[in-house]
Structures are given as C-alpha cells and as structure tokens.
Design a protein around this ligand. Structure first.
Ligand code: URA
Length: 264
C-alpha cells in the first residue's frame, strides 16, 4: 500500500525529471488515463464517506503532524549510537533488514558529510552505506572533489533497508531521524551534502522538487547544507551530472578549495 502524499510527490518529481530530460510525451495506457481522469463535476456523488481535500501547501509532515519518534538516543559516541541502531525496533523496517547501516567515515569535524536516503540491497548485506552501484558513483564524486572516502562521513536518513528499495515512508523517516541528528551533532561536519529529495525532506522537513531545489544553499542546525541529486538518479540520468558537479564545486568553493586538476 502506497502513502498517497509520498506517491504524488514522487510522481511529480518523476514527471519533472522526464520534462528536464526533454520528453514531450509519455507512454500511458488508455486504461491508466481513464483511471486518472477526475469524475465530471455535475455527477451526483455516490453515497460514500465524504472525501476530505486538503488545501494545505505541499510539504513534508511537520513535527506537529507526525508522531514523535520513540527513539531516544542515549549513546554519547558514534559507536554507542551504532549499537543502539543495531537493536532498534522503532519502525517496521527492522523486520526485513539483514543489517543496520548506521554510517561510516571521518567522525572528526570532516569538511563534508553526505546524507543519502536509505540502504539498498548491497548496503543491507554489508552493513555499510553506499557500497553498491550508487556508492561507486559517489566514490568517484568524492575523489573528483579531491577527497578520499575516509575523509568524509557518509550516512542515510533511514538506517535499515526499505523493502524493494522503495522510498522510506514518512513515519519510518520520522522514527529514524533522531539517530542522524545525534550523529551530526557529534560529527559536526563543516558542510552537509543532501543527496536527493528524501535527504532534503528528512533533514529540512521540506517537500521539495529536487530539480529546482538543488544548488541552493540551506542551513541545518546552523550547518551549511547543499542539496544535490542522488547518485542513483545520476546513474539513470547521466545528463544531470554537470549540475551535480556544479553543486559540488560550490561546496568546495565554500570550503575555500578547488577541485584537483584532472589526471590524464
Ligand atoms: N542509496 C542511498 O541512499 N544510500 C545508500 O547507502 C545506498 C544507496
């Protein structure tokens, strides 16, 4: 069962990506089109429960709307937090995980902390973030910036794999976010790079179209935050790599650095 708000928001992003990729049309079956067509306004509504329509602007559930996470992070070190994550049962993702993926990297005020969405199949097996295909691209991005993977910290919004790599549900994100918050408070990165819409949504509680929002400096708890595309999206749509590189160069510039000369 899909969460409608999340589904609509993802669909919107998908359509925006397609538009930016230059698609003028999409192949949609006549059955789907018919199902999407709203019923004519004049038709008397069938006797059923009233439909409540919200006129509220599109946004991630605010702290007031979402239930408080049951997680209270007691660990005062990254290892202690990882230990708490390992036995966490705050959301249903614990039932299908093989391993938790708390995150890894330089814990001592690194220049950059990358935040992704959640573990995929490879990460679930290894218990480490970004070790699959998207991770290989992230490694290349990190190297192109002049860093090694161990120079930065890499974590995710949710610490357990959503089944089938689906987008984590708002309640799963909300349940898990105290861990990431506690990690950021300990690590104190100079800059956070939010990889994709879910990372922005989890950290800033804002439901944005990443195509429009990327490249815009934001703040998370006083830390500069740069939203950019998720590497998985870049693997599907390599034509957007240039925009991502522009975002990463802006990160370097803010750190007073330049990308290293390309090796020939
Ligand atoms: N995608 C993510 O968002 N995080 C990972 O760790 C791997 C893939």
């Amino acid at each position: 069962m899909a969460d409608i708000k999340q589904f609509v928001s993802n669909l919107q992003d998908f359509l925006e990506y397609k538009k930016e990729e230059g698609f003028q049309t999409l192949e949609v079956s006549s059955e789907t089109l018919a199902a999407l067509k709203p019923a004519p306004a004049q038709k008397p509504a069938p006797a059923q429960k009233p439909v409540v329509r919200s006129s509220a602007p599109r946004s991630a559930p605010s702290a007031a709307q979402t239930p408080q996470s049951s997680v209270r992070v007691t660990g005062k070190t990254l290892e202690a937090i990882a230990g708490q994550v390992r036995v966490c049962s705050a959301c249903p993702l614990q039932a299908s995980r093989k391993n938790t993926v708390p995150g890894e990297g330089n814990p001592n005020r690194p220049d950059i902390m990358f935040v992704g969405e959640g573990p995929g199949a490879d990460e679930d097996i290894q218990g480490r973030p970004f070790v699959g295909a998207a991770g290989q691209l992230l490694d290349k991005m990190i190297e192109a910036m002049g860093y090694k993977r161990e120079d930065v910290f890499i974590a995710n919004i949710v610490k357990c794999r959503p089944p089938g790599n689906r987008v984590p549900l708002p309640e799963e994100m909300n349940a898990c976010i105290p861990y990431l918050k506690a990690q950021i408070a300990l690590i104190k990165p100079k800059i956070i790079v939010a990889l994709g819409k879910t990372a922005v949504q989890g950290l800033l509680q804002e439901d944005v179209a990443i195509t429009k929002f990327r490249g815009t400096w934001c703040k998370y708890e006083g830390i500069d935050l740069m939203p950019t595309y998720h590497p998985s999206f870049l693997l599907r749509s390599p034509s957007h790599k240039g925009e991502s590189w522009a975002d990463l160069k802006a990160v370097l510039a803010r750190l007073g650095k330049e990308p290293p000369a390309k090796k020939v």
